[in-house]
Unconditional design. Structure first.
Length: 349
């Protein structure tokens, strides 16, 4: 015990220490009550924080099947095969959802209705797959290719469509030489990032390629301020904007974490919102477009991370988490769908 405590006596020192401990406990209790109160208030005011938009479920059994829409499963392969009775376009479109873990079934259904043969696939989260979006193998696409060769009569061309983390996934197929003819990325990334597995204290990559880590921009290298804001919002159930964290991670990443499409000779179509609050998809789309004349980017003002045609029907809080305005997202949805169908018709005949 230091000299100051010796002068005031051991009993008095113990009383002072006791008061400090009590004050510390009181502060912790007050903070806990504040967090509980904010969670209750924010959870009620911003229900987007504990709800999932329709059609974005990771529950495979929640999606309809039929004679022309069948569930498929392999070693890692998992999802749905859409076979139109009247196929109007050659080849096949492979579709992945985002970090929510869905197969983007609704987009697959729209293309199926337009006469495209479609594989709507999960890339993690199913019983035969990686349980979380971490260490997800790119080489799973080898099984997709083998399935296409066996089950699709006219197997070419192959277009891969992904959204958000699914866009990052699709871009990496092209960057790592997998047999893809065209890539469409909604809310793309120009870096690969940390995996979304927060069950322990390790920092995982989102993706691996044949057992090797795909280099990534780590959240651990993001600024303390962006991380603190994100954690506080998560703790208090406030709609979280992850953009600042992704921006900071990218700013501090090595060049090896960048997604390089300069050697890809297929077509790349990118769609992004200028007001994306999930991550900097607008910056990514423009940066990727600079890598080659075969890369076409469309960045829409007042649009966010997801171009919902009726965003005003979403649970409140989407404005902070996803970004944009209802009008801006509607306009981006209409424009991007028009461009998408034009390009697919060009590529698939």
């Amino acid at each position: 015990m230091g000299p100051a405590f010796c002068k005031i006596g051991p009993m008095k020192a113990l009383k002072i220490i006791g008061k400090i401990v009590l004050w510390g406990l009181a502060i912790i209790l007050v903070l806990a009550l504040v967090v509980v109160g904010l969670r209750a208030y924010n959870g009620n005011k911003y229900p987007i924080t504990h709800s999932m938009p329709e059609g974005m479920s990771s529950d495979k059994s929640s999606y309809e099947t039929s004679e022309h829409i069948t569930a498929i499963e392999g070693d890692y392969l998992n999802g749905f095969h859409f076979r139109p009775a009247d196929k109007k376009h050659s080849g096949v479109v492979v579709i992945y959802g985002g970090s929510e873990g869905s197969p983007d079934y609704s987009r697959a259904k729209q293309l199926f209705d337009a006469g495209y043969e479609v594989l709507s696939l999960f890339f993690f989260g199913q019983p035969n797959q990686k349980p979380t979006l971490a260490n997800v193998p790119l080489e799973q696409f080898d099984e997709v290719t083998a399935y296409i060769d066996e089950h699709v009569e006219d197997a070419s061309p192959v277009t891969v469509i992904g959204t958000s983390k699914g866009a990052e996934f699709a871009e990496l197929f092209a960057a790592h030489g997998y047999p893809v003819d065209n890539v469409v990325a909604f809310a793309p990334g120009h870096y690969s990032y940390s995996g979304l597995d927060f069950t322990g204290d390790k920092d995982f990559p989102s993706f691996t390629d044949k057992g090797e880590v795909v280099e990534y921009a780590s959240f651990r290298k993001a600024s303390i301020s962006s991380g603190a804001k994100m954690l506080w919002d998560m703790a208090t159930s406030y709609p979280v904007s992850y953009r600042a964290t992704y921006e900071s991670a990218a700013d501090n990443a090595s060049d090896g974490a960048r997604i390089d499409l300069s050697d890809f000779d297929g077509n790349v179509l990118l769609f992004a919102g200028e007001a994306d609050q999930m991550w900097q998809a607008d910056v990514a789309a423009r940066a990727l477009a600079e890598q080659g004349s075969n890369i076409e980017a469309h960045v829409y003002p007042d649009a966010g991370h997801a171009f919902f045609p009726d965003a005003e029907k979403l649970p409140n809080g989407w404005q902070f988490m996803l970004g944009g305005t209802a009008e801006g997202n509607r306009a981006a949805h209409e424009a991007s769908e028009k461009t998408l169908h034009e390009r697919l018709a060009e590529w698939h005949g």
